[in-house]
Design a protein around this ligand. Structure first.
Ligand code: UT7
Length: 320
């Protein structure tokens, strides 16, 4: 018994900010951002919250799956930018969509969050505990960015992607996942200020910090290795795969992975041009775009891969 994706959905905030828009408020340019990353614009939330975007994406996924919210047993949201410390975004989503019978919780695995959510849903469903799950990757990263740090803030965007998975004989074939906490500080965001009266707070709050080159090196070695691992375990070749849906951090990372796998770069669809990096939201939003464009047929084999803060990474191969 495995899990199969039977519906997808996504939601991006209305407000679009281009590279030229950013160049008006900081020392950057469309040329620098697009040539180094491939990113041309991103959606940044003004009104939308992580839970609201998640719920919209979830409703689309349920509709495609032809499933009612009350039939869900499990909701897992991968996010590092929920609206509250508690309740979890997953519990908010449960309430917003009326999934009264589901158990709901978040996982924080940064840009691997959707993948870790899917792997967790697999574990519950494979073991027979649950049958139907809603998995989501969603972020409102704009509220956590240091808007004085041009090397990082220009890269990220907001949005949510969702998938409904159900118990089936075919679907997810193999997955791998990993973490390396010893390198956690290369991409970090401290918690909110400490309200303990015994503790003196720093004068400035901390926002997202990234050592871009370290993360780059980690990504271009770990992602191809984890994809090769799942393909080998599944007894598949690179040529058997229709699409590789990678975390959308940087077009140069995606091109490097394609080269290392000796795969056709056309098999790597992207959203980063118009979305930027949406951390846990990247993979499910890309999956939804590919699905909505009718690019997937039943039986196609696809690879999903995420990597990011933690450090964390995951790759999976599935039959659509
Ligand atoms: O989901 C998390 C995953 N994150 C990632 O995958 C990020 C991986 N890393 C990267 O994608 C790249 O390292 C970046 C795109 C973040 C940076 O590219 P880089 O080629 O490593 O640039 P750099 O940080 O070495 O900066 C080069 C220059 C510097 O100027 P100097 O010191 O050479 O004069 C920066 O100050 O570019 C400057 N710079 C900028 N210039 C214009 C940095 N940010 C900007 C900017 N606009 N936004």
């Amino acid at each position: 018994m495995t899990i199969r994706i039977i519906g997808t959905g996504s939601c991006l905030p209305e407000n679009i900010v281009t590279n030229d828009d950013l160049a008006k408020i900081m020392d950057t340019s469309d040329e620098w951002i697009s040539s180094r990353t491939g990113i041309r614009a991103r959606h940044l939330a003004k009104e939308e919250t992580t839970a609201q975007m998640s719920a919209k994406a979830a409703k689309q996924a349920l509709e495609e799956a032809d499933m009612k919210a009350e039939d869900l047993d499990l909701i897992i949201v991968g996010t590092l930018s929920g609206d509250y410390v508690t309740p979890s975004t997953a519990c908010e989503v449960q309430s917003l969509i009326g999934a009264d019978h589901a158990v709901a919780f978040d996982v924080n695995a940064a840009c691997s969050g959707f993948m870790f959510a899917m792997n967790t849903a697999y574990a519950y469903i494979h073991s027979g505990i649950y049958k139907n799950a809603l998995i989501i990757g969603a972020e409102t990263l704009s509220k956590l960015m240091d808007w004085n740090d041009r090397s990082t803030c220009v890269l990220f965007g907001d949005g949510a992607g969702a998938a409904v998975v159900t118990a089936d004989d075919t679907g997810l074939m193999k997955f791998t996942q990993g973490s390396d906490g010893s390198k956690g500080m290369v991409l970090a965001c401290k918690n909110r200020l400490n309200n303990n009266p015994l503790v003196q707070n720093p004068t400035e709050p901390d926002y997202v910090y990234m050592d871009g080159q370290e993360v780059y090196k980690f990504a271009v070695s770990t992602v191809p290795a984890s994809i090769k691992k799942v393909l080998e375990e599944a007894g598949l070749e690179v040529s058997d795969i229709k699409y590789f849906l990678l975390h959308q951090a940087n077009i140069r990372i995606i091109q490097s992975v394609a080269k290392r796998l000796k795969a056709d770069p056309d098999k790597f669809p992207t959203t980063l041009e118009h979305c930027g990096n949406i951390s846990a939201g990247s993979v499910p939003i890309l999956l939804d775009e590919v699905n909505k464009k009718g690019m997937l047929q039943r039986g196609d084999k696809i690879v999903l891969a995420g990597f990011g803060a933690g450090l964390t990474w995951s790759a999976s191969v599935m039959e659509w």
